[in-house]
Write a protein that binds this ligand. Sequence first.
Ligand code: AHR
Length: 498
Amino acid sequence: MKVFLNPDREIGRRSPMLYGQFIEHFHRQIYGGVYDPQSPFADEDGFRTDVLEAMRRIKMPILRWPGGCFVSSYHWKDAVGKERQPFFDKAWRVEDPNSFGTDEYIKLCRKTGCEPYICTNAGTGTAEEMSDWVEYCNLESEGKYAKWRIENGYEQPHKVKYWSIGNENYGFWEIGAKTASEWGRLVKEAAKMIKHVDPTTELTAAALTDIHWNIELLENCGEFLDWISIHEYWDGIHQTNDYANYEQVMAYTDRLGHSIDEVRGLLTAMKLDKKIKIAFDEWNLRGWYHPNVHTIKQGVTREEYLYPRDKNDDNTKYTMADAVFTACFLNELNRNCDIVGMANFAPVVNTRGCIYTCPEGIVLRSTYHVFDLYVNYLGDIVLDTWSKETPSMKVKAKDGRELSVDALDIVATKWSDRPGLAIAAVNKEPEEALTLSLNFHSAKGNVKLFTISGNSTESYNDMGYEEVRIEESEAGAFRMGMEIALKAHSVNVIWIEE
Ligand code: AHR
């Protein structure tokens, strides 16, 4: 494949928030995930230091919390202060001790250096409850909620800028699901009240790629919104646990950006594309496996409670297929960085997340290394590229369709604060190395290659077993152009250092 670019032709500056993450009170994401006061790895506030360190390494820019479906029957007031009552979480059918609430979440954000992003209860909650939450977090000392925060030991406001009104309230699965017109009305009232409390907040609300839902939302509330939220999980394994194999996963890379294109088109048609950005605030190749047996039983040991291994915990399932898919989607986000300002990989820890906890340590799954590569090795300005002779590959999708998809996926970047180019190049071919021919005159220098490929498409990482990692090599000198061989099933960053 021949790739051409002109470093002056910029698509835009990518927001760091494109590499954001999500954490939900679901499975072992919070309890037994990032928060486990009795673990030998816990710090003085109960956070696992090994997880915090892994989060810092991928410079987690923003963390969406507390749900997800979880939030639709969550009442934040029950989880602050000294008097905490456990509650039965009706979304996931498990008792939540409420020992991790707003103040613990803000601590987590401060410890990892990320921006907080709170999703509110638009299922059983009201506009008033949402705006009370904003008072608690953002007002200096006016009113009972800011005073309550101070009484709880937090003199300074938490300064939460990003708020989502609800989660997937269009879905039948969501507690308190709404019709399009009910949704428009609730979002408008909630947005008004939140902005009256703190006009500097940025608000989003759930959209889906249903044009009627979105038109209703944007017509009613467009003036109050700064963002519109979309979610996508490609491989739905909810009850069945039948993970797509490598070839089927590659079939999902066909038209990866379709929901971005549809929402962009609508925002443009409604003349809102300069005002509202897309928050792709939940995404992952895999949907989750729902064990349906979540309720805590009396008499279980701590290990059984916090580390009850289920099918989400089978690390052999998160392979190079996940890594290659994740890189292709990050490429798509980069290419759309003029309209997508935030994205949140779902979730960051446990379930099908990129970090996995065991009592004796953590596993950095294949997807973790893709975040490491993209966050730490790519530039922040995305360049326009064009290509010739793009190789394609035939794949059979999980639903039996035969498709032809591009075998290489490229995104070129440069840095706003230093010279050089960094090109992300994904080779989806399962067995075949492919040659990338870079053709432009505007760069020269030494070339370094950072590669994730494992030994096979099935490579994975587990406790004490690491097959997938970033490998670095020298690739020669770039003078007016060069050819680079990309390993089969690999995710690469090519650095041209000037
Ligand atoms: O992560 C599990 C669920 O997936 C989230 O709660 C929901 O928002 C999505 O459907």
